[in-house]
Design a protein around this ligand. Sequence first.
Ligand SMILES: O=P(O)(O)OC[C@H]1O[C@](O)(CO)[C@@H](O)[C@@H]1O
Ligand SMILES: [Mn+2]
Length: 446
Amino acid sequence: MASAKLNHGASPLSAKVVGSFAYLTVKDRMPTIITKVIDSIHRNKNKFFEEYGEDGIEAEKRAISFLSKLRNEVQTDKPILELTDGLRDVDAWNQHLQRHQTVQGSKESVSWFKSPWLYVECYMYRRIQEAIWLNPPINEFDVFNEGKTQSFFESQQATIALCTFLETLKKDKDIPSKNLLFDNFIKLLQVSLWGNKCDLSISAGQENYQKDSPVEALPNLKPFVLVDDSHMVWAALTSSKSNTVSGKRVDIVLDNAGFELVTDLVLADFLVSFCLADEIHFHGKSFPWFVSDVTAKDFEWTIRQTMAANHKWMSKCGVQWKKYLKDGVWSYHDHPFWTLPHEFCDMAVDAPDLYTKLKGADLILFKGDLNYRKLTGDRDWDFTVSFDTVLRGFEPSPLCSLRTLKANVQVGLQPGQGERLTSQEPNWMTSGKYAVIQFHMPHVEQ
Ligand SMILES: O=P(O)(O)OC[C@H]1O[C@](O)(CO)[C@@H](O)[C@@H]1O
Ligand SMILES: [Mn+2]
C-alpha cells in the first residue's frame, strides 16, 4: 500500500480532549463493549464444550484473557500494538500504526487516549477479532451475534409493516406516475435513513429496536432531517446519463444488521421492482464490527429469516430477495478496506481495486454514522464547510450519506444552524435524534 497523508484537513476528533464524546467513548463505552464481549463468550461456554469438548473451554478461557488484557490497555492508555494474527489486513494495520508513530513522534505517543478516535475505535474491533481468531476452535464465533439476531426479532412488527407497504405498492397494477414513484422513493429512502437509528454500538449493546410502523412515523421525523438532498439523489437515479449498456447500478454500503438491514433491503427491492435500478451491490463487513454491522452471515441469515416468517408479505419479500441474489440482480461484497480505520479520501491510494469497483456504480448510498465519519475523516470541521470540500477528492461516483448523528462531526449546515442546535440541545450531535441526507456529484465526468 502506498503511503497516505494523515494530515489533510481539520484536526481529527480524539479522546485527548477531556470531556468530549470521543473521550467518554474511549473512557466508558469502549471498555463496556469489551466487557459485554467477554460476557457473551462466557455465556456460550456450554455451547463451546458441546461442540469442541475441552478444547472449546480452553479457547474460551484464552480469548477472555486476551480481551481482559485489551480492556486494561484501553483503560490505562497503553500504546497501540502491532497486530500479529496473520490475517490478510495485518500489513495495512501495521503500516497505518507506523504512519501515526511517525506523525506523533514516538511509539508511546500512539495510544488510546492520545490518537485519533476513529483510528483507536476501529482498532478495538480489530483486536476483538484477533482475540477470537487466535483461539481456535472458537475462531469463527461472532461475539455480537446475539444482539444482532435479537434486534431483528424485536423489530418484527415494523418489518411486517414495511414489507406489507412494499408489497401493496407492487400489487397495484397501474404503472405509477413519476410523482407517485418519487413520493414512494422518498418514503423508503427516509425509512432507510431512520433505520440507522437502530444501531447497537451507541447504546453499548442495549436493546434498540423499532416498534412502530416506520412509514407512518416519517412526517413526525421530518423536522429532524437537518440536510435533505433527496431531490438530488432522485435526479442522479433518474438521469439518462447513466450507463445504459450494462444497466443502472446502485451500491449500498451497509451499516447495521437487524431492522436497519431490513430497511435497506426493502429500499433495494423497491429500486429494482420499479426499474430505478437494474443491479444492486451490497457492501458489508468481513468480520464482526462496531457491534451491529452486517457480515455475510448476517446478510444471508436475515434473508432466510424473512423468507421463513409466518406472515404472507414478509415471507414474500424474503423469497423475492433470495431470487434477486440467485439471479445476480443483487450481490453481496466485502473488502478488507471497510474494516480498516482509513478515511475514505485515502481509498483511491490504499484500496485502488475497491475505488475502481465503486466507479462502476451510478449511485452509492453510504449508510450510517461510521461511514459518515470516514467520509469526512472524523475531523473537527466547521458546521458550514461543504460536504464536497470534506470529501477531499473521494468521488468514485455520485454518492449520498444517509446518517443519523451519533458523533461530533457535521458539515454542510446553514450559517448559525449548528450553533443554534448546540445552545438548545447540547447533545444533538450524538443522540441519534437528528439525521442528514447529503449528496455529492463528482466534479469530473466518470
Ligand atoms: O452504526 P453507526 O451508525 O455507524 O454508528 C456507530 C456508532 O459508533 C460510534 O462510533 C460510537 O462509538 C458512533 O460514531 C456511532 O454511534
Ligand atoms: Mn454500525
